[in-house]
Structure formats: C-alpha cells, structure tokens
Design a protein around this ligand. Sequence first.
Ligand SMILES: C[S@@+](CC[C@H](N)C(=O)[O-])C[C@H]1O[C@@H](n2cnc3c(N)ncnc32)[C@H](O)[C@@H]1O
Length: 394
Amino acid sequence: MGVELQHPMKPELRPEEAARGRFVSGIRSFILNDLAGDLRKAYDKRAAPAFARETGRAPETSNEAHQAMRGDTAFNIYSSMRVHAQKMVWNAAGAVVDRDIERLAAEAAKVDGESGSVSLNPGLVIPRNVDGIEVHLMPGSYTRGGESLEAGAVYDQGLAVFSMGLMGANLDDIGLSMAAYISGKYPDFKPERILDTGCTIGHNTLPWKQTYPDAHVEAIDAAAGGLLYGSARAKMQGQEVHFKQMSAEALDYEDESFDLVFSSMFLHELSKKARAAAFKEAYRVLKPGGLLLHMELPPNGQMNAFDGFYLDWDSWYNSEPFYKGFRDEDPKQLCENGGFSADDYFQFVVPSIGVYGPDAVTDAIADEEANAVDSQTTGRLAEGIMWFGFGAWK
Ligand SMILES: C[S@@+](CC[C@H](N)C(=O)[O-])C[C@H]1O[C@@H](n2cnc3c(N)ncnc32)[C@H](O)[C@@H]1O
C-alpha cells in the first residue's frame, strides 16, 4: 500500500520529500513487523523464563511482561528505534508543511463557500492533554500553529507516514471499517444526526457521511487547527460536515440530539476524569435508541500479558500518559458509569476493510467469535491489523 495521501487538500510533496516519507514508513514497518517478531521471541526464550525462574510463575499482567523485558537487548533495540522513528515521522511531516503552508492556506480559501462549516470557540479552555504535552512526541501537539492549518496538515501528513499505508490512502480505514460493520450488522439503524468526538481532522468522520449520506454530521475537537484543516479537507472531497471547537467533556448540544455518537482513537488520550465526563455527555446527547460507538485499543483485562505489554509500550515511551490507564479500564464499566445499561453493551473486532476487503467485515458480522480481542493483530498497527470497537445502545 502507498503512503501518500490522495485527497486534494494534501500537502504537495517534492520527490525527495515523498522519498523521505517512504523511508521513514519503511523503517517503521521494519520495527513494527520484523523487530516486533524478535521481541516476541526474546520474551518467550529469555525474558519470560527468567521471570519464571525468579518468581516461580509466568508473567501474568502487562506490567509483569514489561518488567520481564526491561533490559533485554531486543527490547532496548526495538524501543530505541521506535522512539527515533517516531521523531522522524514528525520531523518529515513538519518540514513538508512548513514549506507548503501558504499554498495550503490559499487552496483552503478557495473552498470556503462550499457546503459544510467550521466554527471556533476562542474562549474554550483547552484541556491540558491537548496542549500541555507533546502527545505521541508530536512537536507543538494539537495546538501547533494556533488558529492556522498547520497542526492539521502536520497531523495528516504525519499520520500518512506513521501508518505505513495501513489506514488507507486518506487515513479513513477505521471509519470505513466501523461504518461497514455497523451498517451491515444493524441494517435498520439509519442515523439522522451523527456526532464524532475528538475528530482531529475528520479523517474518520467522513466515512459516516459516505455511509449515511442523508445524515447531518457534526465533528468536534478541542483544538482549532485540526478543525480548520479538516473542514477544508472535507469540502474538497464534497463531504458536508460541520466542525466545531468544543470539549467532549461539556458538549454544547441539547439533550437527546444525536442518533450516533462516535469516536476513534480518542478515549486513550483523555485523563480518567475527562473520560468519565465524556461518557456522561455522550449518554446525555444521545436520543433513546441511539448508539454510542468507540473504536479504541483493546483492554488489558481481555489480553494476555505479552500482547497487553506490547500495546502499553506507547504509554511508557511515546508520550501517551493516559494510554495505559485507559487500557486498564473495563470498557463495559465505562459505559455503565456513563449511564448505559450493562445489557446494552457490545464489543467486536472487525478486520481492516482496506487490508482484508468488505467480505471479511461481512464474515466478522456473521461470526462474532471469529476474531479474538486477545490476539497480536487486534489494535496493533502492523500487517494483519484488526480494529476493536465497543459501545452501547441507549
Ligand atoms: C488521537 S486524536 C483522535 C484522532 C481521530 N479521531 C482518529 O480517528 O484518528 C485525539 C484528538 O482528541 C482531541 N481531544 C483531546 N481531548 C479532548 C476533549 N476534551 N474534547 C475534545 N477533543 C479532545 C485532540 O485535540 C485530538 O485531536
């Protein structure tokens, strides 16, 4: 799969910039596939047996697997290379955007009048998780460049390099896979109003508009730059989405005003307190009979020690302070605490529609047990990616 964006708002790459992106993607692919395989072998052959000799038993939790691996050469090489490759992703994307930002702004201005909208709230107190840390080592975080297109453009270009083609040409594989699963499993569910929370640049919002073209789609985020860029990006693709700067912890919407509240890769960037508030707000704005759907990393409580540790890596080494805290929580309990009934909870694993094709999604709907949460492919950005989803009906 290619790693160059295909939509018209994308930063324009010079040949050497495209090559740099492919090079960094290639290194990431080597780390996340080859070196990850070595990591597993080192765990099985050296680290887990050493842990067992010391404690009289195998590692049982992701923390114990982490403890077992610390200091192992394979782990040190993997971690060091991943951190450096992560910095290379953002450096490569930042250089492209710095050079191309004026052209991007001019292009965005041309589609101002198209259907769709973006509205900012300069009075919003930006949550600390959005601007107070360099999330996943992204320089300037989500507020880089303030109210300009910069943060959005860096995110788009950076994610294209980061995802090695596994998120689709326009980074919408999660949204496409989730929307295909929901529309296939619940053919009578026809949402009229859809909300995406923590949308960043709306790359996984657009598939909902494509799947339910008659729906009114809103997408919120606390950071302005991604919304400005995302709005132009959506307009250029002829997708009507209404982007608003808002916190998911205090939604500026009436009670019972949406049929579907969605998020993707969002909850793990919230503090425990903010996450709890976001669930309550989602419950409040959902209509009775409405659907809450989160795509996220799978929970530690449903995974073996090694695969849990593998995913927790980002929390320890990739400036993702809330990642593990989220993964240690029980998604069903989160829904219940938000107001949903335990009986209305559901979860699933769906194969990436881009990698496996639409028939694999249909098969996943027909056989819920076919794709396990506890596997090395669920939630792992590498060959064979499967996405974890959970939620509840109100
Ligand atoms: C990893 S990104 C989400 C990416 C995107 N949804 C996707 O599908 O890939 C997390 C986003 O959540 C936003 N965010 C964090 N806390 C927020 C909050 N309290 N309210 C709204 N957005 C928030 C950040 O600004 C950032 O854009």
